[in-house]
Each structure stands twice: as structure tokens, then as C-alpha cells.
Design a protein around this ligand. Structure first.
Ligand SMILES: NC(=O)c1ccc[n+]([C@@H]2O[C@H](COP(=O)([O-])OP(=O)(O)OC[C@H]3O[C@@H](n4cnc5c(N)ncnc54)[C@H](OP(=O)(O)O)[C@@H]3O)[C@@H](O)[C@H]2O)c1
Length: 309
């Protein structure tokens, strides 16, 4: 049996994404075959597609895109336990991608999908949610009363960061342009600064305890934001590194998120408890994936986008 995929055979612009028909894979030991309900777009995959990640995240071509998966178990690999046909699951894949009708997945990467949202929507949780979780709780160590600047709150990761920072009890100052202002406020931001209206640091008032930076920055903008952090504060960046100001005891971390099913399960619980909402701005068929990459590279995507095979 054949299935549709979105794969790259070479690195380059979005036109390298091809829709190949390939055999449906069979699950191995410790794996299941998932019928993909949806994957979601993550801009880091556009960097991978362009070949910019080969130095530290090398992939073998042809490569099927789609790190996030939400789907149902369609087949169980030999000796695989704890899963049944029809189970709804979510996970962050490593290697084989979910921009396809089916994908085989190690069960160690999967958790039950949230029951309170459509399965397709759950696909936005893994990469963006795990990154946000680790930025807020592990590296940011946000606690009640902390004053935190979330730079890039309108993006896919930013929606989760804002909500998790509020969940941690922090006072959240978010940067967003007018198109994301309402969403960011819905996520609980206490103050919103329009980053398109002028320098963010100038609009901030008092220094912040923590800067969570979620967007690529020029060195000038990075230095300006870093100067808004109080002595002894913290900087966490998931995009370009942000150097701390000299001699003020500010700790800076440039983080790369890791796969962690305990964190993913905790996120699922928060979704089902109504404490974390999914900020989905669009849904596209798999055949539009190249256009989604182009929209992202033109800065025309906000929130999360789901891709349906
Ligand atoms: N280190 C890691 O492990 C890791 C993991 C995931 C992602 N990332 C990286 O983190 C970045 C964010 O990922 P994402 O999925 O959230 O991206 P995204 O959804 O594409 O983010 C787009 C958002 O960025 C906001 N933005 C753009 N320029 C801005 C600026 N100068 N100031 C403030 N906000 C700005 C826009 O907000 P408005 O709508 O308000 O204009 C837009 O909605 C990407 O560079 C991605 O590659 C890193």
C-alpha cells in the first residue's frame, strides 16, 4: 500500500518540497504505525529544509518533514506493549517525519493526546510546547511574582510561553504586533508592547527579572533587550544567543529543547484542565506545505499552523 508524503531530496528554497508516493512503513519492535491526523509547522524545519542545520542536526536525504505528530494507532509492532489499535496519541518524532499519511513511531516518544480538543489540533503541542515548558520552568525557573519579558509572544512557542509563565505566577510583559495583540492578552499577558512601534527596552519601564527571547535578533537589539534585565537576573533565548551585560551577574542560557514525554504529558494535562489553550491560526492540506514554508519565511504566520495529510 502506498501513502502520500512531503519530502525533500535536496536542500534549498521551499520548491525542494516534493509530494512522493511511498510504501506505508511497517512498525518494528517497540514501535506503532500511526495514521497521521495532523502534523504542525515549525519554522526550524524551514531552516532544516534550507540546509542550515546540517552542521548540528544532520539528516539523510530523502527526508520526510514533520516533527510533530498527532494520530491514531493503526498497527502495533512485534512485541510492542501498552498500546491498542485506535489509541489517540501525540509526540515529537525523531528521524522519520509526520508530513505523511502514516508514520512509524517508537512508543517511547508518544503520550495519550488531550481528550478535550480535536486530534488534529493536538499536533501543535510537541515541539512548541516542549520548548516553552523547558524555557519557562527549567531554564527560566519562573516563580510567582517574577517580572518576565516574553519577546516574541505572538509566535507558536510564544503562545505556550505566555500561558505557562502566567501559570507559574509571573507578571508577563509580552511583545507583539497588532495582529497578535488580542491573542497574547487572551493568553494572560499583563502588558503588551508593540515591538513595531519603537525600541522595546525603552517602553518597558522598570527592569525585568527574566528575559525569555523567542525571536532571532540583531546584536544591537539583543544588547538593548539584555540591558533591560536587572542585576542578578536571567536571560533565556531559544533563537539567537543573547549575551548578558558585563559584570551584573545576569545568567544567560541559549537553549535547545529536548524531547521529554513527561513534559509533554504535563502539557496534555494542562490542556485538558483548560489551563493552556492552543493558538491555531490556520490549517492547511499537506499539498500546501511548500506555501506554508514560504508564508513563514515572509513573516506572514502567527500562532501555530496545522498540516493535514
Ligand atoms: N531552541 C529551540 O529548541 C527552538 C525550538 C523551537 C523554535 N525555535 C526557534 O524559535 C523561534 C520561534 O519559534 P516559533 O515557532 O514561535 O516561530 P513563529 O511561530 O514563526 O514566530 C513568529 C512570530 O514571531 C514574532 N516576531 C517576529 N519578529 C519579532 C520581533 N522582532 N519582536 C517580537 N516578536 C517578533 C511575530 O509576532 P507578531 O505576530 O506579534 O508580529 C510572529 O507571530 C524560531 O526562530 C525557531 O526556529 C527554537
Amino acid at each position: 500500500m502506498k501513502m502520500k508524503t512531503a519530502r525533500i531530496h535536496a536542500f534549498g528554497d521551499a520548491s525542494v518540497i516534493r509530494h512522493d508516493d511511498v510504501p506505508v512503513p511497517r512498525p518494528g519492535a517497540g514501535e506503532v504505525l500511526l495514521r497521521v491526523a495532523a502534523t504542525s509547522f515549525n519554522p526550524t524545519e524551514a531552516a532544516l529544509r534550507a540546509g542550515r542545520l546540517q552542521a548540528f542536526l544532520p539528516v539523510v536525504l530523502p527526508y520526510t518533514l514533520g516533527w510533530d505528530v498527532a494520530g491514531t494507532v493503526a498497527e502495533i509492532g512485534p512485541g510492542t506493549e501498552g498500546f491498542a489499535i485506535g489509541d489517540r496519541v501525540v509526540g515529537r518524532l525523531e528521524g522519520a517525519g509526520a508530513a505523511a499519511e502514516y508514520v512509524r513511531a517508537p512508543t517511547a516518544l508518544l503520550v495519550p493526546a488531550p481528550a478535550s480538543v480535536p486530534l488534529t489540533c493536538a499536533a501543535v503541542l510537541p515541539v512548541a510546547g516542549l520548548t516553552a515548558w523547558q524555557a519557562v520552568f527549567e531554564h527560566g525557573q519562573l516563580t510567582p511574582g517574577r517580572r518576565v519579558l516574553v519577546n516574541g509572544a505572538g509566535g507558536g512557542v510564544g503562545g505556550f510561553v505566555t500561558q505557562l509563565a502566567k501559570h507559574a505566577g509571573a507578571e508577563v510583559i509580552a511583545t507583539a504586533s497588532t495582529r497578535s495583540d488580542q491573542a497574547v492578552r487572551r493568553h494572560g499577558a499583563d502588558h503588551v508592547i508593540d515591538y513595531t512601534a519603537g525600541p522595546v527596552a525603552g517602553a518597558l519601564g522598570d527592569p525585568v527579572d527574566t528575559l525569555l527571547n523567542l525571536v532571532p535578533l540583531t546584536s544591537h537589539d539583543a544588547a538593548a533587550l539584555a540591558s533591560a534585565v536587572r542585576p542578578g537576573g536571567r536571560i533565556v533565548s531559544i533563537a539567537t544567543p543573547v549575551e548578558p551585560p558585563a559584570d551584573l551577574g545576569v545568567r544567560a542560557v541559549h537553549m535547545i529543547a529536548r524531547n521529554d514525554v513527561a513534559h509533554l504529558a504535563a502539557l496534555v494535562e494542562l490542556v485538558d484542565a483548560g489551563k493552556v489553550a492552543l493558538d491555531i491560526s490556520a490549517s492547511h492540506p499537506l499539498s500546501d506545505l511548500a506555501d506554508v514554508h514560504r508564508l513563514s519565511e515572509a513573516g506572514r504566520i502567527r500562532g501555530k499552523v496545522i498540516i493535514i495529510p
